[in-house]
Design a protein around this ligand. Sequence first.
Ligand SMILES: [Zn+2]
Length: 142
Amino acid sequence: MRCSTCAVTFPSFEFSGDTDMATDGFVAATSMDTDAVALGVATVEEYRAGYSSGQHLFAARVRQKLDLNMVAIDFVRYEDHRPSSPGRSFQLFQESYRPPEAIYACPICGGDAHVEQKLTPEVFRDAGGQLILVDGLTLRST
Ligand SMILES: [Zn+2]
């Protein structure tokens, strides 16, 4: 991800599964020191805190446990890039359609951070990224 205000780049992790239920209860935190992401399973306390607060609690937990500067990346909003001009043909609409873009908060300045690239865990690791698995989590590639 890249911040559009201060231009800092940082990694984040998106869990994927067949349903929302399949990814429910997993938490991720981003290292501000190295190209690393920590992944874990929410504790009861983290889970009950709700998604965003739970991520922050998890970040604090791995900060202590691993002595790394981990932060939670907050989701801000979806930005809709759909053309809104009326009277356009459906074909034009289809050609110019892009799905809504998820905007996150920059952990440094609070500005809008955009996803620059989506990588598989393998590609992220090959590029020098580190996935720190805690709570006995294992990754299964699809
Ligand atoms: Zn920033």
